[in-house]
Unconditional design. Structure first.
Length: 414
């Protein structure tokens, strides 16, 4: 399997002299055949700026960075796939932060691109090729015309067209999981947040948050538009907003107003789970599904990344337990980074956390972050490194009845 690299014009090449190398945490490692799958449909190859790709000399087994005006290459995977290894490279400037993407190791093998990844869910529903821009544009024109005074619909049109957000696009299609952003504020200061960064962070914000507070009428209009089939899901809490439970009174009113008119579909909230008392009110109003974002069940690791404001991981656990006690189908959005989530101590902590909270589903999401910056934040490894594939296998085996995938499903189809 040969090394893949790009030139300064972002054209991609294979090296006939060097074998490909992967990265797990802070270690360069040889890529195994069993960890490779063909580049999935809907994946994107990208040059990793200001890097020197790392290759392996097939004669000596020595890891060596390439010289010249070249960059490492990574793959960005569609939903339904979980990366097993990062691309291997050296930064030309260690202080320069990479764009916020979830880079995956890619190789050239037998005339095709392969990636170090595994399929973790049914990818077809979230295949970007099922969202042709021309069709989305027509749907946007149709819905913004129908709801001309609804600022939330106009905001979602920006998300669908400019950010190419598939959840926002689903709102215009009226299918699967749609979005209803509601909050501009957050009670966490996540390192590498995609929607809010201070200038001194060095990270560019990939998206901008809501600049207004939607009215109850605007929110209900979007929700009722989407909830028209038994499998439809409408979700509070998106990348273009803050924490939805900071707007708990509005969320509660909206849920109650919608459920007075229809029992169709599922109402979901994507949340950090920190505002337990507010979320109890949302649960009591009739929430069906809850997806709590987390990166670790170890407090020191969790705190380093999420930087919670006025809450702890204990609050997150209380929130999940209350939701489960009151019939909400609970999931976690588990941010995956090879060489970290597959540490022995991380896996053991997550098993205990899932058992205590009676989780129904673990959704694996590739963490979009600069690897070196992330590793400098979190506690060093203590136990054995298991590998992502083995870690996921252990989670499935040790947590009774858990479903593992990469996106939200209606409970009856899990």
């Amino acid at each position: 399997m040969n090394l893949v690299y790009s030139d300064k014009e972002n054209r991609v090449y294979e090296s006939e002299e060097w074998f490909a190398v992967g990265r797990s945490g802070d270690r360069f490692i040889e890529i195994l055949e069993e960890d490779l799958i063909p580049l999935p449909e809907g994946a994107t190859l990208v040059a990793i700026p200001n890097t020197r790709p790392m290759g392996m000399d097939p004669g000596t087994g020595e890891f060596t960075p390439l010289d010249g005006e070249v960059n490492a290459v990574g793959a960005l995977l569609p939903q339904g796939y979980t990366r097993l290894l990062l691309p291997a490279y050296l930064k030309r400037d260690r202080k320069e932060l990479l764009p916020l993407f979830g880079y995956t190791a890619v190789v050239w093998k037998e005339g095709k691109f392969y990636v170090a990844a595994m399929r973790s869910d049914e990818p077809e529903r979230w295949n970007p090729l099922r969202f042709p821009m021309g069709e989305i544009e027509r749907k946007v024109v149709e819905l913004t015309g129908k709801y001309a005074e609804n600022r939330l619909v106009r905001h979602l049109s920006h998300c669908a067209l400019e950010y190419e957000c598939l959840t926002a696009a689903n709102t215009f299609y009226g299918r699967w999981e749609g979005a209803v952003p509601i909050s501009s504020s957050c009670n966490a200061g996540c390192y590498g947040c995609i929607s809010e960064q201070k200038p001194e962070s060095g990270f560019p914000s990939a998206q901008t948050r809501l600049t207004f507070r939607p009215t109850l009428e605007e929110v209900v209009e979007v929700m009722l538009h989407h909830l028209k089939t038994p499998e439809s899901i409408i979700s509070f809490g998106q990348g273009c907003e803050g924490e939805p439970s900071t707007q708990a009174p509005l969320v509660i009113e909206a849920i109650r107003a919608v459920r007075e008119k229809t029992s169709m579909g599922y109402i979901n909230m994507n949340t950090n789970g920190g505002l337990t008392e507010q979320i109890k009110g949302i649960v009591d109003a009739g929430l069906d599904l809850m997806r709590v974002s987390t990166i670790s069940a170890i407090p020191e690791h969790y705190n380093a990344y999420y930087r919670p404001r006025g809450y702890t991981l204990e609050n997150v656990e209380k929130t999940l337990r209350y939701a489960a006690d009151h019939g909400v189908y609970t999931s976690i959005n588990y941010l995956i980074f090879p060489g970290v989530m597959d540490r022995e101590e991380e896996v053991e902590a997550m098993i205990r956390f899932a058992q205590r909270t009676r989780l129904k589903r673990i959704q694996l999401r590739n963490l979009n972050i600069d690897p070196d910056a992330y590793l400098s934040l979190i506690p060093p490894a203590k136990g054995e490194l298991l590998g992502v594939k083995e870690a996921v296998r252990i989670l499935a085996e040790e947590i009774p009845g858990i479903a593992i995938g990469s996106y939200t499903h209606p409970p009856l189809t899990t």
